[in-house]
Design a protein around this ligand. Structure first.
Ligand SMILES: *Cc1c(COP(=O)(O)O)cnc(C)c1O
Length: 398
């Protein structure tokens, strides 16, 4: 058994290492052929038409906000139970973040709470929604699309936790997180704790061609070699040399390197196997804790209904003894974690008006949540050690 046992860990194989070293021996270290290969394979895996590789998930969110025109005063709604980047991206562009509460049964942004917020303001007050597939549980994107259409909003799906997640709509259609059918844009992260590791890295998926082209330009400074008509004295076709390029708007250097792309591409080949293992481990936890519950062990778990393909980035239990359990597990070298401190209560967002009591479901969830170790290389033996220690904690604390 490898101790300590973290809540998440990357899995690097000899094939991954070979893929990376092959790039190091090649002529391209950044934005070479691996980027296009990764984008094509990722779009294929997710089921979207287009994919744009970027430096990290946060950069992906930032570029999405820019492409959708978020600017000073633009109002955007997101969930308090997420990594802060889901909200920060709006602030990068000068926009204002509004939160709405989560559904306690799923811990996902509650479409009914969003509707209430929308209906309490004039039409046109808000511009967009950023729902998050928290822990890997895909949001009900059909409900958000309906809201978006009714109130004239765009949707960025933060699918960092959910590559491979899916759900079946009431009309029987299967949707995959980020497939571009309902959300305008979706974003993913290749941080090592996420499903696919590239060191750092991110991806945007979409079915919208004009957003896609805009994102490609924003990713490299806003510079392009395809000139707007006659915008500089040098853009005119007969005068233009092969070197010619022009800055058309303010973009960023948010490129991914070929080194990272090769690693992500190699990992992507195992995505289904790794997802299956996450689901298998989650099912083992489910079994252990539902049996334990009947034996009087007070942990609450979230078991999605049939038709929901959870991607299990995190396995979260809820207990009234969270702090004591967290500390106890540390003494056993089990590094459980908490996801997340509600974003509206972060000092930065409190300074912008957030305060305790704003979102009772989110705050109640936070008070009891604990993410147990879950990653594809976690062995059954290691997982049993985790389960046994959770059980031992409750036995000794009574
Ligand atoms: C990881 C994560 C991000 C940011 O991704 P980075 O690649 O770390 O920048 C954004 N949103 C959520 C929900 C995440 O988990």
């Amino acid at each position: 058994m490898n101790k300590p046992i973290p809540y998440g860990r990357q899995h690097i194989t000899d094939e991954d290492i070979a893929a990376v070293t092959a790039v190091l021996r090649s002529p391209y270290l950044t934005q070479g052929p691996k980027i296009g290969e990764l984008e094509e394979s990722f779009a294929d895996y997710i089921g979207s038409t287009y994919a744009v590789a970027v430096a990290n998930g946060t950069a992906a969110l930032h570029l999405c906000c820019l492409a959708l025109g978020v600017t000073e005063g633009t109002r955007v709604i997101t969930t308090p139970i997420t990594f802060s980047a889901s909200a920060n991206c709006v602030r990068y562009c000068g926009g204002d973040v509004f939160f709405a509460d989560v559904d306690p049964d799923t811990v996902l942004l509650d479409p009914n709470a969003v509707r209430k917020l929308l209906e309490s303001h004039p039409q046109g007050y808000f511009s967009g929604i950023i729902p998050v597939d928290f822990a890997g549980y895909p949001v009900d994107m059909v409900a958000f699309r309906e809201l978006a259409d009714e109130f004239g909003l765009w949707i960025i799906e933060d699918a960092c936790h959910a590559p491979g997640a899916s759900f079946v709509s009431e009309t029987g259609i299967e949707h995959r997180a980020g497939d571009g059918l309902l959300a305008d844009l979706a974003i993913f992260s290749f941080h090592p704790v996420k499903h696919i590791a590239a060191g750092e890295g991110g991806m945007i998926t979409t079915n919208n061609e004009s957003l896609y082209k805009h994102l490609l330009r924003l990713r490299t400074h806003g510079i392009t070699n395809k000139p707007l008509e006659f915008t500089t004295p040098y853009a005119d076709e007969p005068e233009r040399g092969g070197w010619y390029m022009e800055l058309q708007e303010l973009g960023y250097n948010y490129r991914l390197t070929d080194i990272q792309a090769a690693l992500a591409l190699s990992q992507l080949e195992r995505a289904d196997t790794m997802l299956d293992r996450r689901r298998e481990l989650a099912a083992r936890y489910d079994l252990a804790f539902s049996e334990a519950a009947s034996a009087g062990i007070p942990v609450q778990i979230i078991v999605p209904p049939a038709g929901v393909g959870h991607a299990y980035h995190l396995y979260v239990i809820q207990t009234l003894d969270r702090k004591e359990l967290y500390d106890f597990l540390r003494t056993k070298e089990i590094l459980a974690q908490v996801h997340y401190v509600p974003v509206h209560l972060m000092p930065y967002y409190q300074n912008l008006g957030g305060k305790p009591g704003d979102f009772p479901n989110a705050e109640r969830y936070y008070a009891g949540c604990l993410s147990l170790p879950l990653f594809p290389t976690l062995t059954n033996e290691e997982q049993d050690y985790v389960i046994d220690n959770v059980a031992a904690f409750f036995k000794s604390s009574r």
